[in-house]
Write a protein that binds this ligand. Structure first.
Ligand SMILES: *Cc1c(COP(=O)(O)O)cnc(C)c1O
Length: 354
């Protein structure tokens, strides 16, 4: 820390992304990326001519991509905000709608960035504990009189809440915004986008990083009432008007046009998830019921950190969190079939102490 840093940032604990090590080749099951490449159509769309066009600024309105997304989800372009990753959509939500008076609540076990944004902006926030079996109990959020952020499916548990439950939360907090972070919805969840037509206080946040194989492109979006969207646009034009670069806008448009390819990938990942889930249970692991592209699992006898380290020694990266409530678990991204077979072979060795 330099001596110049302002006081209010001195105690900020930044978000810690999953490792991206370069020391050797790992099977990477730690940051929920897709094991499959972008579609052929996307690969063709990012061509030499488009790279030459990088001399020009990107379209600050993201017009084409906005229209594609609006069309796909049955909303109007004015209901869509396009962000530099869904992290930026979330960032701008916290910046625009939360402070000391407009509190925010989210689960104690969830995406770590919600807490970081709250600290960054000095927002008053509460973390509501998940139930004993790591579920979100929607009743904890009914009439909380605060902004609400829930990842559905939740991370790192993979567990979902129903649309009826979301509607109860939205209905009962009419003076506040409810954000549903649907980063993993394509792997078996149910989207709340339809509800945004009925409720002006619901914001659904999505990403191209997981199910669309575009983590490195940094692309996300939010769907909600047009007034909320225009507030997000106001923040964008006050910080970074060209927030989504040219190649990423093209990648996003082509990804939407390749819907079938990505749906098939999601189906494969769901099948591989079920295979991995069953194998882990056969080895005695407790595995939470996941509707995401990862599993959250713990062994009754072996320490979570020990499993994480043993896997890393053997060339497999998973995500381990040190937070007390979940330190016995590891979050395992679902890779390709071959990767998960290799993972199971190695975990067998670890469990049997060979
Ligand atoms: C991965 C993830 C994000 C971030 O997505 P980006 O679009 O890559 O910024 C947001 N929310 C949750 C719950 C995630 O797991």
């Amino acid at each position: 820390m330099s001596k110049f840093l302002i006081d209010k940032l001195k105690s900020l604990e930044a978000y810690v992304p999953g490792e991206q090590p370069r020391d050797k080749k790992y099977i990477k099951l730690n940051t929920n990326e897709s094991p499959y490449p972008p579609s052929e159509h996307t690969l063709d769309s990012i061509n030499r001519a488009e790279v030459e066009n990088l001399k020009l600024y990107s379209d600050p309105t993201c017009k084409l991509l906005k229209e594609k997304i609006a069309d796909k989800f049955g909303v109007l372009p004015e209901n869509v905000y396009i962000g530099n990753g869904s992290d930026e959509c979330l960032n701008f939500f916290f910046m625009a709608f939360c402070d000391n008076n407009k509190r925010v609540v989210f689960p104690d076990i969830t995406y770590g960035f919600y807490n970081v944004f709250s600290q960054l902006y000095g927002i008053s926030y509460s973390e509501i504990p998940l139930t004993e079996n790591f579920s979100v109990d929607y009743k904890d959020y009914v009439n909380v009189n605060a902004n609400v952020v829930i990842a559905n499916p939740n991370a790192p548990t993979g567990k979902t809440i129903s649309l009826d439950e979301i509607e109860e939360i939205v209905k009962s907090n009419k003076d506040y915004i409810v954000v549903i972070d649907e980063a993993y919805v394509d792997f078996g969840g149910e989207t709340a986008i339809k509800l945004t037509e009925k409720y002006d206080n619901l914001l659904v946040v999505r990403t191209f990083s997981k199910s669309y194989s575009l983590a490195g492109a940094r692309l996300g979006f939010a769907i909600g009432n047009k007034d909320i969207i225009s507030d997000l646009e106001m923040i964008k034009y006050s910080t970074n008007p060209y927030n989504v670069n040219r190649l990423t806008q093209i990648a996003g448009v082509s990804a939407i046009e390749s819907a079938k390819y990505y749906e098939d990938n999601c189906k494969k990942i769901i099948e591989t998830r079920e295979y991995t889930n069953n194998e882990l249970e056969a080895l005695g692991f407790e595995v939470l019921d996941s509707k995401a592209n990862f599993l959250f699992a713990k062994h009754p006898e072996l320490d979570g950190e020990y499993i994480y380290k043993s896997l890393k020694d053997k060339g497999i990266l998973v995500r381990h969190f040190t937070k007390e409530r979940i330190k016995d678990f590891n979050r395992i991204t679902i890779g390709s079939d071959d990767e998960m077979k290799e993972f199971i072979n190695i975990i067998k060795v670890i469990v049997k102490g060979e």
